[in-house]
Design a protein around this ligand. Sequence first.
Ligand SMILES: [Zn+2]
Ligand SMILES: [Zn+2]
Length: 308
Amino acid sequence: MTATERDRPDEVEGEAFSAGRAGSPDETGVTELSALGPPPWRPICMTCGVQFAPRDEALDVCPICADERQYIGWHGQQWTTLDRLRQDPRGSEIHIEEPGLGSLNIVPATAIGQRAYLIETPEGTIIWDCTTYFDDKTLDLIRARGPVLAMAISHPHFYASMSSWAEALDIPVYIHAADREWVMDPSDHLVYWQGETLDLTPGVTLVQLGGHFTGSSALHWANTEDGLGALVAGDTIKTVMDRRYVGFMYSVVNFIPMGPTAVKDIVRRLEPFEFDRIYSLWSGHMVPSDGKAAITRSAARHLEFIQQ
Ligand SMILES: [Zn+2]
Ligand SMILES: [Zn+2]
């Protein structure tokens, strides 16, 4: 497969609704939880898409969006729920990125709009990162591809509705213990892993990279069909427009670069792993080949610039 062929998915499964929703995160939200009906509420922040545990009391602001790495929606804090979102159904599409790797795209997207990935191993499917919206059709589409083993999530911006996903699929969700303070919807399904690496299945390893959040992680997939390996990076490593370099951002949306220690740590922690492609949260935004060298040269360039 050439890099150009990877610009487009080989295959699309599922059905998208092409209704002309603008995708504004504030479009259908409410400013007071009481507007969601009688408590308890299980609110979702309209800007980051993270769901909160059921509660009876008001909530002024989403702590994840109030943090300097995110932002409060321009029209103020707004809330919704999974039930409200499902009243206006989204479409679910699985794009086959390469053999054994699918991406789950919700159309139109909700909040940050990240994709989730499906890494299909002989043992079953691992879902990497999480979308806020899902419904029965989404789950059917995923289950049709084989048994689902687990979900793992790169960092708090993509926690989304992870506990509802875990309940619906009855699977564990792996998140790094260093980011525990950012879990807004605790669940018995959550597994707080520690250390710099965790082997989920043979050939699928979580690597704690830090830098963006302390527990920020990427997923290394060794057993690609061509044997070259791939890194699925969330936004812990930021793919960029020239597709030859990557960026290292403490805040992606507010343009706060990582410092030298964090960047050197990322290079060190990836040193034991070989990979060719680097996938990110957006369709087409990737390093299509020679990904490990892209990390090395990007780190060298980043360090040169921030130390001038
Ligand atoms: Zn938020
Ligand atoms: Zn992020």
